[in-house]
Design a protein around this ligand. Structure first.
Ligand code: GLA
Length: 396
């Protein structure tokens, strides 16, 4: 009997293994079916989008849901090249400015649809000091540093992975920004995940870590025109910003350091109003920005992820709603567009043919001691999240 025991154990193990093997094909089948179910409402398509002059291949991904929303992202600059959403009659049209070819993006782009970093917005005179060391960045906007420098995150090729989950699909873009790249200290590991959900939300999750103290302020620079017709100015489109104060700037668009109440100024977007309503009002700040090109101080900063802004186009019925965990939002009314850049649908992009809502920390924070800090220390993780939700509103 003593000798038979191991034999029975062996038999038991063997039969378990056989049973298991027999079950496997069925389990596999189930897993595949489940996967189809969870991903069927948001799909991912992948195509080539050309090669950069340095020989790097660029890939284009399209995330699509069953409600007519399709978002196309390229690995060059993490650019959203197209974002189609339905109007009130159910017709899907592209609502973001951009180009048809990689060459056009490389030639000249005012950050159309791109990821902006390492520091979105301006740093005065391209200088800041950290732990007693002064760092000098490129001055690519007059005397100031803008949007990460000469070759910011909008001009590099990111690596991409696809991810699927219940009722959503994501593209995760990753990039390593080397120590002293564009003058910033520390090797920065960055990722930006674009997720489209079946309930019509585009979520953007930013993450970064560093091996030396540095500054980080990432954002997304899509130019929206909710009409779906880029030949139309955005002036009749309406906007609400959940902010009681905004940040006035000097003539080089660097914050003066003071926060001003919006009340009684053209910067009051607390209730929905047309973008064009006050844009031409005689106002020193509007003159400096050539229109709106300012950072609003969002309310409820202790609440984490919260409502930030809403844009509405009465003609198409399209609504864009923004939530974020960032303290600020730069609203830029496309003032520098001047009719020289080629539009995707023929024609050119005229002034005010698109607007940007760039969630972020305040401009020039590394030089403004009273602003929320943009410093990232080794061992800590930079995390930032913004969502854009799309829906339609029928005539009231
Ligand atoms: C941001 C800036 C603007 C301008 C645009 C790109 O929105 O605040 O001043 O640089 O980007 O042209």
């Amino acid at each position: 009997m003593r000798y038979l025991k191991p034999f029975f154990y062996g038999l038991a193990v063997l039969s378990f293994a056989i049973l298991n093997l027999q079950c496997k094909p069925e389990q596999k089948k189930e897993a595949v079916e489940t996967e189809t179910i969870v991903t069927k409402d948001v799909t991912i398509e992948k195509h080539d989008f050309g090669v950069t002059p340095e020989g790097k291949e660029v890939v284009q991904y399209t995330l699509k849901n069953t409600n007519g929303i399709a978002i196309t992202i390229i690995t060059y600059g993490g650019i959203i090249t197209s974002l189609k959403t339905p109007n009130k009659d159910g017709v899907s049209e592209d609502i973001v400015l951009g180009y048809n070819s990689l060459d056009d993006y490389i030639k000249s782009s005012p950050y159309f649809g791109a990821i902006i970093g390492r520091y979105g917005n301006r740093i005065a005179k391209g200088k800041f000091t950290l732990n007693g060391t002064t760092y000098t960045l490129a001055t690519n906007d007059g005397q100031n540093h803008l949007h990460g420098g000469l070759k910011g995150f909008d001009k590099v090729v990111w690596s991409a992975t696809e991810e699927t989950a219940d009722h959503s699909a994501s593209i995760k873009l990753s990039y390593t920004s080397k120590d002293m790249e564009e003058g910033y200290p520390g090797n920065l590991e960055v990722s930006v995940t674009y997720t489209l959900t079946s309930d019509n939300t585009l979520a953007i999750a930013y993450q970064a870590t560093t091996d030396k103290t540095t500054v980080v302020n990432l954002t997304q620079h899509s130019y929206f025109n909710l009409s779906g017709d880029f030949s139309q100015p955005i002036l009749d489109q309406e906007l609400q910003i959940n902010a009681d104060t905004y940040i006035p700037v000097d003539e080089t668009l660097i914050p003066t350091g003071k926060l001003e109440p919006v009340e009684g100024t053209p910067f009051d977007f607390r209730t929905m109003k047309a973008i064009g309503k006050d844009i031409a009002v005689a106002n020193d700040q509007l003159k400096k920005g050539l229109g709106f090109d300012h950072c609003w101080v969002l309310n409820d900063q202790d609440k984490g992820m919260r409502y930030a802004a809403k844009a509405y186009d009465p003609k198409s019925g399209r609504v864009l709603e923004v939530t974020t965990d960032e303290p600020g939002i730069q609203f830029y009314s496309g003032n520098f567009l001047d009719g020289t850049l080629p539009s995707k649908n023929g024609g050119t992009y005229a002034q005010r043919s698109g607007f940007c809502l760039e969630t972020q920390h305040y401009p020039d924070s590394p030089n403004q001691k009273d602003f929320p800090s943009t410093i990232l220390e080794p061992g800590n993780v930079y995390n930032s999240k913004t969502t854009f939700k799309f829906y339609v509103k029928k005539e009231e």
